[in-house]
Design a protein around this ligand. Structure first.
Ligand code: SF4
Length: 77
């Protein structure tokens, strides 16, 4: 769908707090190295996914509009 989101986790920043995965298990999971990764490359928009991105203490999560690549979070400075 045109409104779908592409999720990115900057693994050089992720500290493995698990906050994102517990806030939005539909969007994030913790891998075998104890770091977060998106559950899928493209996900349906969900409030819990946006909340997880906002709650990440090291701002490791980006949300892009899949169709255009527009950055929805954190967005332009
Ligand atoms: S909330 Fe941020 S630091 Fe914590 S696991 Fe998720 S991406 Fe990593």
């Amino acid at each position: 769908m045109s409104g779908d989101w592409r999720l990115r986790v900057d693994r050089s920043r992720c500290m493995g707090t698990t906050i994102c995965a517990s806030t939005a298990p539909s969007g994030f999971e913790i891998d075998g190295r104890g770091q977060s990764q998106p559950t899928a490359e493209i996900v349906a928009p969900a409030d819990e996914v946006m909340s997880a991105a906002q709650l990440c203490p090291v701002e490791a999560i980006s949300i892009l509009l899949a169709a255009t690549g527009e950055e929805l979070f954190p967005g332009a400075e």
